[in-house]
Design a protein around this ligand. Sequence first.
Ligand code: PMM
Length: 277
Amino acid sequence: MKQLQKVGRTLVMGIVNVTPDSFSDGGDFATPSAAIARGRQLLAEGADLVDVGGESTRPGAARVPVDEELRRVLPVVAELAAEGAVVSIDTTRADVARAAVDAGASLVNDVSGGLGDPAMLITVAELGVHYVAMHWRGQSDVMQQLTHYDDVVRDVARELAGRRVAALAAGIAPERLILDPGLGFAKTPDANWTLLAHLDRLAALGQPLLIGASRKRFLGELLDGREPVLRDDASVALTALLARQGVWAVRTHTARAHADAIAVASRLAREAVGGVE
Ligand code: PMM
């Protein structure tokens, strides 16, 4: 299993959705061979790792049976890991996480932050891999009804802090725990912008941050309803701003432009602290 290297800049996590129905690229990479080819392309274009998922989390989506999720993701994880890639498994299920790590994944990306499966945190602790705990309030079929916050930054920070405590209590090493505000998950478009404007309050929880903004609906709304594939330029603009703030990683549908934006932001950041020889 290839481990994540410390590179001193924001990482690009390239998305490989092995699903027929994701909001942004649904069906494009639904067969294992198409998904593997997509993963290779993202890596060749500068992704530091790939995030393989077999269950759509788009608002309203129904659950996929566990056997079907395994059937979709395992060949893709196994092949990309065998080729030397750092592979993340995007799942809320402990059994899928375990099988994917056995197949070569070195990170578990759980959009439910451990709330979707009571066995998840303990399983990840036992596997000893990196873990992304995303802010989540309920499954995709109900999340649009869970968008009320008294103060979105304070409430998300408090709820994520709770997931952090639970993850550490289960035995996940603090240096392997990453937090994510979960843009678009039980969030209105305005709530996403508010969170993005106050990431320092989430960073204050003491863990690295992963941000998944790529092609999301709040960018479509900003751009007068533009369809997902036409939101990439705005997604890249956000990546540059996030890299300047030092987020740990961005989760994106394309790689090269995001990697370039990060290169620009980190060159500028080095200059700001005294320049380079
Ligand atoms: N968003 C999606 C899926 N998985 N994982 C993390 N950690 N953060 C996210 O924001 C996130 C995620 C939904 O987007 P997609 O359907 O384009 O993959």
